[in-house]
Design a binder for this molecule. Structure first.
Ligand SMILES: [Zn+2]
Length: 387
């Protein structure tokens, strides 16, 4: 079996998943929609972006690479496939209102049954042809998919049948990612923190929704072997789109006790963009102590050490300092690093604080390189302290 985690004194580090699509690719997607270029020309632009992403990722010396989700419209809509104009998908309710005032909606299923028509695993297959280096893959959470059908179901297609289809599809996608060669797979759970935000414009949210989400994710994890489950992570964040967030005002003290009810092998927790990253480590450490006595022990936690909504570069020294301080609360053997979020969860993303998607792409790779170097520095320091 592929080695899932580094051994010895190294600290694991990995990206969340997405990277800004080059301006040329964003343009090509819009041109393909209006018929100005062919689907073959669009596929060539996507392939070029994936090749460039994997090359630049390798240059950061990141131990795990991702394809940056260059072929995806968004982190959430890919299971619906690319033919969104056949009447099977309608515009759904508001998903999130971001701090800058813009919003995103949830695609909604116009008729049942729900079947996966696009697989994250296909991106692993395509990337595997381009690199021998270890890959990670992000998949959409069953909780996000659960918002695509109303509580009363769709005609004869009941809500219960729909959720069964969501759970089995999501578990199948994860198994396919591993079969295609992914070393680790993470479930995007951006709607976790958002669920606790009081906002009447997002009617799906609330503490009850959060409990239902956690139950659904645990159902998916329950369909996987315990061996695979150790390599499945869950990502929490306050969102990232157009360099803005959707739920930074929700206190982690409310979310984390619920989040750690998820039986994942590890967690990717946004922290660098918080006012006090050290407080996040402290709150996480408290939850890990509670989990330690349970079967399977405490999960690993990769803390976010770079902030994708802000173009200011974190230095390797800052990354290292954050991790070394975090190790006061989180045992070093459970600690690692990641980015606070995907660098561009949606394909069309102007990255206004960065000035352009292309510059944001350069910044993202510089941040990833700093994360990789800083994590190595932290491991050396923590190892020296232990010796
Ligand atoms: Zn995120």
């Amino acid at each position: 079996m592929t080695e899932r985690w580094p051994s010895g004194s190294e600290l694991p580090t990995e990206p969340v998943g997405s990277l800004p699509r080059p301006s040329a690719l964003q343009r090509a997607v819009l041109d393909a929609e209006t018929g100005l270029i062919t689907q073959a020309e669009l596929a060539a632009a996507q392939q070029h972006a994936v090749e460039d992403t994997l090359d630049r990722f390798a240059a950061t010396e990141s131990p795990l690479l991702s394809d940056g989700e260059q072929r995806r419209q968004s982190f959430s809509s890919y299971p619906l496939g690319t033919s969104l104009n056949d009447g099977s998908i309608a515009e759904g309710p508001v998903f999130a209102v971001f701090a800058d005032g813009h919003h995103r909606v949830i695609p909604s299923l116009a008729r049942g049954p729900f079947r996966y028509r696009g697989w994250a695993a296909d991106d692993v297959v395509a990337a595997r042809e381009l690199t021998d280096l270890p890959l990670k893959q992000a998949v959409i959470s069953p909780s996000m998919l659960s918002l695509m059908v109303p509580q009363q179901g769709l005609g004869d297609y009941s809500r219960e049948d729909f959720l069964d289809d969501v759970v089995s599809g999501c578990a199948e996608d994860i198994r396919r990612c591993f079969a295609a060669g992914a070393a680790r797979v993470t479930i995007d759970f951006t709607e976790g923190r958002l669920a606790l935000r009081d906002d009447l414009r997002a009617p799906w949210a609330g503490p009850e929704a959060l409990a239902g989400f956690i139950d659904l994710i645990n159902r998916v994890l329950g369909e996987l072997s315990s061996e695979l489950r150790t390599a499945v992570g869950v990502h929490t964040c306050p969102g990232n789109d157009n360099d803005s967030d959707h739920s930074a005002d929700v206190d982690y003290a409310e979310l984390l006790p619920e989040l750690f009810q998820i039986e994942a092998g590890y967690f990717l927790v946004q922290a660098a963009g918080e006012q006090d990253p050290d407080r996040v480590a402290k709150l996480v450490g408290r939850q890990l102590s509670k989990r330690a006595s349970r079967a399977g022990g405490a999960p690993r936690v990769l803390l976010g050490v770079t902030n994708p909504t802000n173009p200011k570069l974190e230095t390797a020294e800052q990354v290292s300092e954050q991790l070394v301080k975090a190790a006061r609360f989180i045992p070093a053997e459970l600690l690692g690093s990641t980015d606070d979020c995907g660098f561009s969860p949606y394909l069309i993303d102007e990255k206004p604080r960065h000035g352009s998607p292309d510059f944001a792409r350069d910044v993202a790779f510089a941040k990833i390189a700093a994360r990789v170097r800083g994590t190595r520095l932290a491991a050396a320091e923590l190892n020296g302290a232990a010796a």
